[in-house]
Design a protein around this ligand. Structure first.
Ligand code: PMP
Ligand code: GLU
Length: 405
């Protein structure tokens, strides 16, 4: 009998995809912890705070009011109105409620936009390091990732000149986050204006500006490229409540976009999720209608931790770090330790380094490769000072044992 090659076989699409590196390291950390190992998990980027009470109350009220039926696919009008006002209030962006689409997390917002816009053969420029899921989503759409690298010496930020050299007739999208995961860098208004001038010279090039870390910044205010002159029709602004309001598990994100892109995303998610969870939508409405200063205390805690970790890491010989201006990550250049060994394990690259730190001293980090920059490892400092002190001293010890091959 002829062998049926389809038995037990996943799709070619799935074969091309990598497991999310952030989620994979978090899983490995959890597995070791379950074996009783004293793991300090700095892998996943997730606030360790609880969702504020006023947001939880809004969700409970929604349950009691039976807001439990299918929502409109693009989100409740009252939430889209609140988002439209938030964009105006905080970002100087004019998106009408019809230009807003609410989704199951910013991750789905990104997936909607990328799948709705990118054709096989289209090029998508990504300043690297970039957030892990961008590249995989572009692959899913059949697009080609064009990495535009910016290293620690330029504070991980690309320039207008670099962008100009990377754009060509095949470019469909540019995707970046500011504040940036994994580097914590923030583009200034002037830097965004310079980039937007380059983009506006090329018809048919759109930008996804991922602003999910907007409120977790230590510079006071961040800027949106969509607010630069001429850019509103070219920009999809992605945001969500996961990070700023410690709501990762509620799974609620949103976009503001040109109307035709909002309609395309609406069509896409109508076939995939039928819209975001209704209770989470009402909770998000409460979060976004509140004064953003409600999260100030949380941000102050992140800043204290950032300063503490910066001080600790700065004392470890060989590590190169920048001072992140936002988010809750350090993207640490570990190249000084490539081609070293502790006598047992050989560290050749950032993947080896992440595994060495996990196995030797039970500190879970994420290797830089999945962020498009293999010189670094990422740590998240969204955990207690006690855990952070532990992690830094264990890293110092493990690194001191590495000697050149
Ligand atoms: N963009 C960036 C840069 C992120 O770090 C995350 C965190 N997971 C997301 C998007 C997705 O967030 P959400 O939890 O809303 O899906
Ligand atoms: N954004 C977080 C991170 O980068 C969460 C993990 C994920 O959604 O992939 O770690």
């Amino acid at each position: 009998m002829q062998e049926n090659t389809r038995v037990g076989k996943v799709s070619h699409l799935l074969e091309k995809l990598s497991e999310s590196a952030t989620l994979a390291m978090a899983r490995m950390g959890r597995e070791l912890a379950a074996e009783g190992k004293p793991v300090v998990n700095l892998s996943i980027g997730e606030p360790d705070f609880n969702t504020p009470d006023f947001i939880k109350e809004a969700a409970i009220a929604a349950i009691h009011a039976n807001v439990t039926h299918y929502p409109p696919v693009n989100g409740f009008l009252e939430l889209r109105q609140a988002i439209s006002k938030k964009f105006k209030r905080d970002n100087d962006l004019t998106y009408s409620p019809e230009q807003v689409v609410v989704s199951t997390g910013a991750k789905q917002s990104l997936a909607n936009v990328i799948l709705a816009l990118v054709n096989p053969g289209d090029e998508v420029i990504m300043p690297s390091p970039y957030w892990v899921s961008y590249a995989e989503l572009v692959k899913m759409a059949g697009g080609t990732v064009v990495e535009l690298h910016a290293g620690i010496e330029s504070n991980f930020k690309i320039t207008a000149e670099g962008l100009s050299n990377a754009i060509n007739d095949k470019t469909k999208l540019i995707i970046y986050s500011s504040p940036c995961n994994p580097t914590g860098s923030v583009y200034s208004k002037e830097e965004l204006e310079a980039l937007s001038k380059v983009i506006l010279q090329h018809e048919g090039v759109y930008v996804i500006s991922d602003e999910i870390y907007e409120l977790i910044n230590f510079v006071g205010k961040t800027y949106s490229i969509g607010a630069c002159e001429g850019m509103l029709d070219r920009t999809i602004t992605v945001n969500g409540v996961s990070k700023a309001f410690a709501m990762t598990g509620w799974r609620l994100g949103y976009i503001g976009a040109p109307i035709w892109i909002a309609q395309a995303c609406n069509k896409m998610q109508g076939q995939i999720t039928s819209g975001a969870n209704t209770i989470a939508q009402m909770a998000a409405k409460a979060a976004l209608e509140a004064d953003p200063s409600v999260v100030n205390e949380m941000i102050a805690v992140f800043k204290t931790r950032r300063d503490r970790v910066f001080e600790g890491l700065s004392k470890i010989p060989g590590l190169k770090i920048n001072l992140p201006e936002a988010a809750f990550y350090f993207y640490i250049d570990v190249t000084a330790f490539f081609n070293t060994t502790d006598g047992e394990t050989v560290v050749k690259n950032s993947e080896d380094m992440a595994m060495y730190l996990l196995r030797k001293v039970y500190v879970a980090t994420v290797a830089g490769d999945a962020f498009g920059d293999s010189n670094c490892i990422r740590i998240s400092y969204a955990t207690s000072e006690e855990n952070l002190d532990q992690a830094v001293s264990r890293m110092a010890q493990a690194l001191s044992e590495l000697k050149p091959l």
